[in-house]
Structures are given as structure tokens and as C-alpha cells.
Ligand binder design. Structure first.
Ligand SMILES: [Zn+2]
Length: 330
């Protein structure tokens, strides 16, 4: 169905191009820059973990054009095969962005903040749409002013730019306490970092350094502390130096919000040994991924992730040399 609507888009663009007297190849190239995946009919999804009420909020989608550098040890053909095996279209990598609000012990906790409509696709053939979190939060009946605590997994743009107003860098949640992994905070706010980063990553580090250390409501937390009653940071470095997952425990139930430890499960969980270019230290990221997923299986936890197929909640099981995600959207 998706393939058909994509073909129709291309055909209609080609016809429109012909009507305007445009070069045919230009008209055919244009639709690749538009979002082709439909947004979910409802941009929020609610479920319970013991007494905790979790609400997944849809923030947007990255339709990532294939490129040979995505995995250092898997080809584009292998990537397409893995997508097809999991039932995805293979024209691009489908990477939704989901944030989570947890209501536990009468506290409202936001887990990561999405991209705030400020994330650029690296490749002009890709599409990156973000910033729908706020509208979907309101649709879910959650008042953003009532959010007391924000947990941040790591400082990549699709997880923190939703904290910053687009043109002013003003805080979107000035009254919330923003709890971040200390290792992540230290790494990104080190003034000597910028010269050591590849050029493409420098604007991100500059923006972080210009803004985050000046906010009085940012609290770096070491290790695997309980950051709010019932929720702990779980150290899962490699994707970035301080990347953390969030573990929720209530009654007899547990949920691991895995964030970017296994970002696109059809690729990174099914093939945990594939080393992604967006994992800063891919060897460390692989070890963290395996450790986290093994723990989720051993302790029979539910799992979700920032880039799992919407709405992201599921169970994970060993499948050959990898881990298979089964979505649980009952
Ligand atoms: Zn991410």
C-alpha cells in the first residue's frame, strides 16, 4: 500500500512537472524530499506499567536515505534485506521519533524532548520532520506546565532540541528540573571538545555550550541513581559517551526505555553486531546494547525506544544471533 501511494506521488509529480514544462528528472526527484510515511492517526498512546501511566508522544520521523557509511560492517543491500525481513519498506530507513511522559506517584516526568522542528537531515535525499511533541502532548490532555522533571538520555539533536525554542534558544520548560547523565554533560560541555569534533558535529556542541551550562535547572547525575522515585538511569554508553536508558519499576512490572541503545530494532537489535556511524564508539555501543537487551529478557521487562516503530512498546526475545522485537499495541 505504501509502495503504491509512493508510486502515485512520483507519477503525479512527474505529470505536474510536465504540465509546468519542467525537466522530467527534476520532477521525479522532488517527492523524495517529502515525508512519505503517514503520521499516526492519533499522536499519543497510553499504557500502564504497574501504577505508572506511560504516554508515548509522536514527535516526527526521519526517512533516512540509504548510504554506504550507515553501518561500517553491513552493506546497503544487507540493510534493505533486514528492513524487508521485518516488514518495512526498503526505499529508505524509517526512523520515527517518540518521547514518553510518565505519571508516577503524582509526578509528571518527560523522557527526552524530541527534535523541536530544528533537526536537519544530513542528506538532501532524506526527510527529517520533528517538533510534533507539544501538539500531541496537548492532544493527550497533558499540560506542559505541569511537567516537573525531564530526563535526558543523551545530547543528540533529536532528543534535546525540543528543550529549546527555535530561534531564541529560550527554555521551553523553564520550571522543570532537567536531569542529565553526568558523563554526557561533562563530555559535551568541555570547551576543548569543539576542536576535537568532526566539523559537522561542531554546531551542535557550540549550541549546547552556549545554552545548557547557563540553565540553573539542569542537574547532572552520576551513575545509575534513582533519579525520581521509581525511575533509574541505566548506563548504556557508546552511542554517546554518557548515553543512558531509563528503567521504570512499579508493582510487579518493569519497563526499559532503551532510548538509542538499539535505535532501529529491525537493524540494530536483529543485528546487534552492526556498527552504526551514529554510534560514537560502536564497540562500546554494541556491548551496552547486548547487556541491556539481555537484562530486559532475563527480567521479563517491557521495552520501548526513541526510534522503535510507533508507538514503540513491545517485548524482546532472542532470535538466532540477534534480538527480535514484538510490538505490543493491545
Ligand atoms: Zn536518537
Amino acid at each position: 500500500m505504501i509502495a503504491t501511494s509512493r508510486r502515485n506521488l512520483i507519477l503525479s509529480a512527474a505529470m505536474a512537472g510536465a504540465a509546468l514544462g519542467l525537466d522530467k528528472s527534476l520532477a521525479i526527484a522532488a517527492p523524495a524530499r517529502r515525508q512519505q510515511t503517514a503520521d499516526p492517526a492519533q499522536g499519543f498512546f497510553r499504557y500502564k506499567v504497574g501504577d505508572a501511566e506511560c504516554t508515548a508522544l509522536y514527535d516526527g520521523i526521519w526517512e533516512k536515505a540509504h548510504d554506504a557509511a550507515y553501518f561500517s560492517n553491513a552493506t546497503v543491500a544487507e540493510t534493505k534485506e533486514a528492513l524487508a525481513a521485518a516488514g518495512f519498506i526498503t526505499a529508505f530507513v524509517t526512523i520515527p521519533i517518540t518521547v514518553f511522559v510518565i505519571k508516577l506517584n503524582d509526578k509528571l516526568i518527560l523522557c527526552d524532548a524530541g527534535g523541536g522542528d530544528q533537526v536537519q537531515a544530513f542528506n538532501p535525499k532524506s526527510v527529517f520532520v520533528s517538533g510534533k511533541m507539544m501538539a500531541n502532548m496537548k492532544a493527550a490532555g497533558i499540560d506542559p506546565k505541569k511537567i516537573e522533571t525531564i530526563l535526558i538520555s543523551h545530547f543528540h539533536p533529536d532528543h534535546i532540541f525540543g528543550l529549546l525554542e527555535k530561534n531564541t534558544n529560550a527554555p521551553v520548560f523553564p520550571n522543570a528540573e532537567i536531569i542529565v547523565p553526568a558523563a554526557e554533560y561533562k563530555w559535551w560541555t568541555d570547551p576543548s571538545l569543539i576542536a576535537r569534533l568532526p566539523k559537522g558535529r561542531r554546531p551542535l556542541a557550540r549550541r549546547i555550550q552556549a545554552v545548557i551550562p547557563n540553565w540553573k535547572n539542569v542537574l547532572p547525575v552520576e551513575g545509575e541513581d534513582e533519579v525520581v522515585p521509581g525511575i533509574r538511569f541505566v548506563s548504556a554508553p557508546g552511542h554517546t559517551p554518557g548515553h543512558a536508558a531509563f528503567h521504570i519499576s512499579s508493582g510487579n512490572e518493569q519497563l526499559m526505555i532503551s532510548n538509542d541503545a538499539a535505535y532501529v530494532p529491525a537493524l540494530c537489535a536483529m543485528h546487534p553486531g552492526w556498527h552504526g556511524v551514529f554510534d560514537q564508539n560502536a564497540v562500546v555501543a554494541e556491548a551496552s546494547r547486548r547487556k541491556l537487551l539481555d537484562r530486559v529478557i532475563a527480567d521479563k521487562m517491557m521495552i520501548c525506544g526513541s526510534h522503535f516503530p510507533w508507538p514503540g512498546l513491545g517485548k524482546i526475545a532472542k532470535d538466532g544471533g540477534g534480538y527480535a522485537l514484538t510490538l505490543d499495541v493491545a
